[in-house]
Design a protein around this ligand. Structure first.
Ligand SMILES: Cc1cc2nc3c(=O)[nH]c(=O)nc-3n(C[C@H](O)[C@H](O)[C@H](O)COP(=O)(O)OP(=O)(O)OC[C@H]3O[C@@H](n4cnc5c(N)ncnc54)[C@H](O)[C@@H]3O)c2cc1C
Length: 374
């Protein structure tokens, strides 16, 4: 028999976006049900690289990223664990003068955004950190960016939301979202839930719900390719990226070096993995950058599905078609760091009808303009 349930808000998806939205809704005293097809935090939010980085983000995204940064600074109070979060610094490497110029321009553009970027030339860099290879011209250091363990952190958001009073249902796929003229009716295989508000936080799969509600978006699946080495003596304090994005890496305290860069392979609607041609391209770049990895064993590779929009900005928006429907998806490449900021903004939007952080650039109806939808 189909169980009937009533609530104020239904959140579709128990990734970091859905779970943190539920947590911040509960902090505002709002009743919420989270419906997760698999396990909370098991998709993008739990398999990502673990970079907690503001450096390199678009100007439109930085205020939201800063809001998230405040919450990262009080994780234990917020979700009861730090999940290996460290403000270990993020260093972006320039391998040519042109790349260095681009980092200098970024530092100028973002001078008032609170990133405190430090530009280092090759000599200053080698004094502070022995990065290998003469090909490193210099780079840009963001001291308060860092890293965390996504496998621990993302499920902890859902646990914290449940502790705060959210009803969280795992292994519960949403089959359909409809509106009966008064309330939303959200159907799962064995439940029918009536709610005044629905939040579409279904990650790479959110497009189907946007489409069901009459506002399709040009989102495509992107599978970033990841790998990890065996544990090595600890040598790499900073999280490293390269201007242009071809490789990035960090070392966890246990010694394993986690790395990413290049495309993985989408296997089917729910699964992705690294691609052998990508691994062959990643490894020589890594060893060139960090000679310490010369004889390291690779112990695992993986990937995950994330949704990307043509302008590389996410959708964080009330629906343009249906009052009470909100979207938070399309965070390819950077949603892990944004997660707590997005949850706070979504809860604020729902509770107060507006966000105190600028999110206009992330409206869903920007794709109604045919010029933006390619
Ligand atoms: C390999 C990889 C590396 C990355 N590296 C970084 C990084 O270093 N730093 C960074 O900031 N970001 C990174 N990202 C991006 C970041 O992980 C994502 O942007 C973020 O996790 C998105 O969170 P989400 O909640 O929107 O999506 P998800 O975590 O995918 O959550 C969506 C949830 O919705 C559920 N769902 C889908 N359909 C349904 C349905 N019909 N019914 C019920 N539930 C449903 C899914 O099961 C899923 O759990 C990376 C992503 C990947 C894949």
């Amino acid at each position: 028999m189909v169980k009937q349930l009533g609530t104020e808000v239904v959140v579709i998806g128990g990734g970091i976006m859905g779970a943190s939205t539920a947590l911040f809704l509960r902090q505002r005293g709002i009743q919420v049900v989270v419906l997760e097809r698999d396990l909370c935090g098991s998709r993008s939010s739990g398999v990502n690289f673990g970079g907690v980085r503001r450096q390199g983000r678009s100007l439109a995204m930085l205020p939201l990223s800063q809001r998230a940064h405040q919450h990262w600074g009080r994780l234990t109070a917020l979700i009861g664990t730090e999940a290996e979060y460290e403000r270990s610094g993020h260093f972006k490497i320039a391998r040519s003068e042109a790349d260095m110029d681009s980092l200098v321009r970024y530092a100028e553009k973002t001078r008032d955004c609170g990133l405190d970027l430090q530009l280092l030339d090759g000599a200053a860099l080698h004094k502070r950190f022995p990065i290998g290879g003469a090909q490193v011209v210099g780079g840009s250091f963001c001291p308060d960016d860092g890293q965390a363990n996504p496998r621990l952190l993302s499920p902890a958001f859902a646990t914290a939301a449940a502790r705060a009073g959210a009803q969280v249902f795992e292994h519960t796929p949403v089959l359909e979202v409809a509106h009966n003229g008064q309330r939303f009716v959200v159907r799962t295989p064995d439940m029918e839930i009536r709610a005044n508000v629905v939040v579409n936080a279904a990650g790479a799969w959110a497009g189907q719900f946007a489409e069901q509600c009459g506002e399709p978006v040009p989102m495509r699946i992107r599978p970033p390719a990841m790998g990890v080495t065996e544990p090595l003596p600890f040598f790499l304090h900073w999280s490293l990226g390269v201007e242009g994005g071809s490789i990035y890496c960090r070392q966890v305290r246990r010694g394993n070096v986690v790395f990413g860069g290049g495309p993985g392979l989408v296997l089917d609607d729910t699964r992705a993995r690294n691609r052998h041609t990508t691994v062959w391209a990643q490894l020589p770049q890594l060893v060139e950058l960090l000679p310490q990895l010369k004889n390291a064993q690779l112990i695992r590779t993986w990937s995950g599905n994330e949704g990307a929009l043509p302008d590389h900005e996410p959708i964080i928006s009330e629906s343009s078609r249906q009052a009470g429907l909100y979207h938070a998806f399309g965070f390819a490449g950077g949603g892990f760091q944004l997660g707590p900021g997005v949850g706070d903004v979504m809860a604020e939007l729902i509770a107060q009808g507006r966000s105190s952080t600028p999110i206009d650039a992330f409206r869903i109806d920007r794709f109604s303009d045919p010029a933006c939808s390619t």
